[in-house]
Design a protein around this ligand. Structure first.
Ligand SMILES: Cc1ncc(COP(=O)(O)O)c(C=O)c1O
Length: 391
């Protein structure tokens, strides 16, 4: 076994594509500790600083006192506990949909949901920059898969024409993200909705990096664009701005009932720990409150500061106003990106390199994320260092 992968690993190393785990020895926050050294963390998805928030911690510990640690079984057997149902009711209310269903992760939500929606005679039209979970769910479904160039509405339209012509009467599912995870830009949602209505297709929108960040009370891009009703399947995760863990689907009651019956990652997996559901519920309660909205507006203040101070030349979408909390600093070469990340780390900043296959070969980058928990001075210091280390 030792030797079996040694050559493969050597190959990865030769191409600067090998990956390693780093041990973080404190709770998530704007600063973390690695090997006894404090680093300012500019790579977390904890956009609102909730992962270690006292309200979430308290909700989780109270739920542990009442319900214990493990759920003991899948939701459909004996693992369906009150915190799961309270969370789903709150999610549906917050997203203003009829119902919702939680999964143990966003990845599991995609993997279970997409194959439940479409099968081998159906068609999936997927944005080229969609997250791995959506790609894997699409492949698993066995549907005919066509990828359209990133945010290219014209190409999507011609794929829809093709699907109607070649697969008449079959289901056509458009899959995209509100905010693209490695690029930080947004889908042209209104135009997509126009198309889906014109062609009678369905839309699955992954709001992973938009919830908590965009729209009134952080309800996401569909809410911000006032098209929630038209998005058939609203997917998201509780693991990023909501500071907890788990994935969800919001939508019609029949959709949720269908998923309970058909989504294999939901049916054949132990229910998420009740304490995590309780923590996620506390996060939703917070987001829906005036204090939560204030925190979200503070995040946008930090986003604007980052945009103002980061040298525009390295940024993808240079000159365009920031559309999310994600700033892709494109370096290109994999080794050069690793070197820059390591130089930043020696200056006290944690911004790991993002490389193939997460992004295309030769499009390696630092994916800088800003959170509401960052101090202005931390953002200023990072931008100064990037200017100095520059390219
Ligand atoms: C766009 C997108 N969708 C889905 C996921 C998966 O969510 P989770 O981390 O909860 O599995 C992620 C993040 O990992 C993501 O970036």
């Amino acid at each position: 076994m030792e030797d079996l992968f040694a050559e493969d690993l050597k190959g990865l190393r030769a191409r600067s594509l090998d990956r390693h785990l780093r041990e973080i020895t404190v709770a998530q926050g704007p600063e973390v500790e690695i090997g006894g050294r404090r680093l300012v963390n500019f790579s977390s998805n904890d956009y609102l600083g909730l992962a270690n928030d006292r309200r979430l911690r308290k909700a989780a510990t109270s739920a542990i006192d009442e319900f214990g640690v493990g759920a003991g079984a899948s939701r459909l057997i004996t693992g369906n506990l009150s915190p799961h149902l309270s969370l789903e009711r709150a999610l549906a209310k917050w997203k203003r949909t009829k119902a919702s269903l939680c999964f143990s992760s966003g990845y599991a939500a995609a993997l279970g949901t997409i194959p439940a929606l479409v099968g081998k005679d159906d068609v999936i039209l997927l944005d080229k920059l969609c997250h791995a979970s959506l790609i894997d769910g699409a492949k698993l479904s066995g549907a005919v898969l066509r990828v359209f160039p990133h945010n290219h509405v014209g190409k999507l339209e011609s794929h829809l024409e093709w699907a109607n012509r070649e697969h008449p009467g079959e289901r056509v599912l458009i899959i995209t993200e509100s905010v693209f995870s490695m690029d930080g830009d947004r889908a042209p949602l209104r135009e997509l909705i126009e198309l889906k209505k014109r062609f009678g297709a369905l839309v699955l929108l992954d709001e992973a990096h938009a919830v908590g960040v965009i729209g009134p009370n952080g309800r996401g891009l569909a809410a911000a664009e006032n098209v929630s009703e038209e998005v058939d399947v609203q997917m998201g995760t509780l693991s990023k701005a909501l500071g907890a863990s788990g994935g969800y689907i919001c939508g019609a009651r029949t959709l949720i009932e269908w998923l309970i019956n058909r989504a294999r990652s939901f049916i054949y997996s132990t229910a998420p720990p009740p304490a995590i559901a309780a923590a996620a519920l506390a996060a939703i309660d917070f987001l829906a409150s005036p204090e939560g909205e204030e925190r979200r507006l503070l995040l946008w203040k930090r986003i604007r500061l980052m945009q103002q101070l980061l040298p525009a030349a390295g940024l993808k979408g240079e000159g365009v106003a920031a559309r999310s909390a994600i700033f892709p600093w494109i370096v290109g070469d994999e080794q050069a990106t690793l070197d820059l990340a390591s130089a930043l780390q020696s200056d006290g900043f944690l911004v790991p390199a993002i490389r193939y296959p997460t992004v295309a070969k030769g499009a390696a980058r630092l994916r800088i994320t800003v959170t509401a928990a960052h101090e202005e001075a931390q953002i200023e210091a990072l931008c100064e260092t990037i200017k100095r280390r520059g390219r």
